[in-house]
Ligand binder design. Structure first.
Ligand code: C5P
Length: 221
């Protein structure tokens, strides 16, 4: 049995998972797994290699052989085959491709072990859609963050603009809705809270408040 503690933080896009997860990891000195980035890199790799998403074994094989590195060109950066793809994976194309490859069971299986490998002492904060349900069902603490669609779209908009990426709010709203639908309705590891998850609606909460709540939950766990 793996005794390294895991804090699983799941939720839809724009619920605050990424920011909250990295603050918690920093505070506790834990490693961080941004599982969405793995799906995003796989999506971009499929696009670049012209891999048909209907060919699930080709997508899975690509997933198994991906050369992904985190932090190679600075904190929070993501590289594919040595090239910095931190911005490319955050574009609309990156988001769309990620949720499409995320619906492919063989791709999820291929990325499974890579995610487990992030579990190293003294602990791990893992953010995604199925951290508490599928990848780390024995997590010490499972948090499921939600927020209204409008609040999430607005946050995404601000994030993209801050990164210098063009964004149009109504288009973001529409895309988020479509991704929510795809993530929640897929048959493999759909987006849903684990039965033992603590659900926090972040619509009207500041990042600091949510971080505090999660840390309190962890101390009490
Ligand atoms: O979290 P992020 O928005 O970066 O995730 C991008 C996409 O990757 C999600 O919309 C989802 O389809 C997919 N994903 C997933 N399982 C995860 C993390 C992300 O299917 N654990």
């Amino acid at each position: 049995m793996n005794k390294v503690p895991v804090i699983a933080i799941d939720g839809p896009s724009g619920s605050g998972k990424g920011t909250i997860a990295s603050r918690i990891a920093e505070t506790l000195g834990f490693s961080l797994l941004d599982s969405g980035a793995l799906y995003r890199v796989l999506g971009i790799a499929c696009h670049r290699h012209n891999t048909a998403l209907s060919d699930s074994s080709a997508v899975a094989s690509l997933a198994r052989n991906l050369d992904i590195q985190f932090g190679l060109s600075g904190e929070g950066s993501v590289s594919l085959d040595g090239e910095d793809v931190s911005l490319a994976i955050r574009t609309d194309l990156g988001s769309d491709m990620a949720s499409k490859v995320g619906a492919i069971e063989a791709a999820r299986e291929a990325l499974f072990q890579r995610q487990l490998d992030f579990r190293v002492a003294p602990g791990l904060v893992a953010d995604g859609r199925d951290m508490g349900t599928t990848v780390f069902p024995d997590a010490a603490l499972k948090i499921f963050l939600t927020a209204s669609l409008e609040a999430r779209a607005e946050r995404r908009y601000k994030q993209l603009i801050a990164k210098g990426i063009d964004a149009i709010l109504p288009a973001l709203l529409r895309d988020l809705k479509e991704r929510d639908r795809r993530d929640s309705e897929r048959t493999v590891s759909p987006l849903k809270p684990a039965e033992d998850a603590i659900v926090i609606d972040t619509t009207d909460l500041t990042i600091e408040t949510v971080v505090k709540k999660v840390l309190e939950c962890y101390s009490a766990a």
